[in-house]
Design a binder for this molecule. Structure first.
Ligand code: SF4
Ligand code: SF4
Length: 223
């Protein structure tokens, strides 16, 4: 999930494994949204361990920062591809000695620097701070989700029974992405671009207000 190897690869007309993986997550988001972030991403898991250090919610009002970083980065990638005249080969293990990214001292340093950034963001900014403000992977899924919703494609989502909700706020306090769920439920806007479908809210609600369903956003709104 390197943010730079795809740029180096593009400059040599090679599609690195990183951009293939990001493309895979983009397509996957049409079916399961950001499930990857909630259940598989190792950076997400590292930040979940940090809850014991800083459990404060990370303000959602600054989520735009990661998009502001993402747009020039991905534009630069597209620019390189066009400038060199396109991609001529794919190499999933591009610049990865023996197929892994930590084969040498430099790679170890890069790896631990990335881990340190994820850790520091979670400790300083609050729950999943890195996901909120710096992650360069989640924008692929956020944009995928926006396209999916505009095309009314059914996917895995949270659905609710607002009538059962007593606004106790348990779900909002439990949400690792610091989403104001009780407020969203009241306003009928449960689908949020930062939701990682981790199911913590489902587990925390004693009234069984929230559950998973395979629906289009349009259908949920109608209901
Ligand atoms: S935990 Fe359940 S009842 Fe409480 S606010 Fe959340 S959805 Fe409503
Ligand atoms: S809204 Fe629920 S499923 Fe989505 S991130 Fe928050 S706790 Fe997880």
């Amino acid at each position: 999930m390197s943010p730079d190897l795809l740029l180096f690869g593009a400059s040599e007309r090679i599609m690195a494994g990183d951009i293939m993986f990001f493309g895979f997550l983009f397509i996957l988001s049409f079916i399961v949204g950001r499930l990857f972030c909630g259940w598989i991403c190792p950076a997400g898991a590292l930040q979940d361990f940090c809850f014991d250090i800083n459990r404060k919610p990370a303000p959602n009002k600054f989520n735009w920062i990661k998009m502001a970083l993402f747009i020039p980065w991905i534009t630069f990638f597209i620019f390189i591809v066009i400038y060199v005249g396109g991609i001529k080969q794919a190499d999933f293990f591009y610049k990865r000695a023996f197929g892994i990214s930590i084969a040498g001292v430099t790679e170890w340093v890069m790896y631990f620097m990335t881990v340190a950034i994820v850790f520091i963001m979670a400790v300083l900014c609050g729950k999943r701070g890195f996901c909120h403000y710096l992650c360069w992977v989640s924008p692929f899924m956020i944009i995928g989700g926006m396209i999916r919703d505009s095309l009314k494609v059914p996917s895995l989502r949270l659905i609710t029974k607002p009538d059962l909700c007593n606004s106790c706020g348990l779900c909002s306090r439990a949400c690792p992405m610091s989403l104001p769920l009780d407020e969203l439920i009241r306003n009928g806007e449960i689908g949020h671009s930062e939701c990682t479908l981790c199911a913590t809210c489902i587990d925390s609600c004693t009234k069984e207000v929230i559950r998973f369903a395979f629906r289009s956003s349009q259908k949920i709104k109608k209901n």
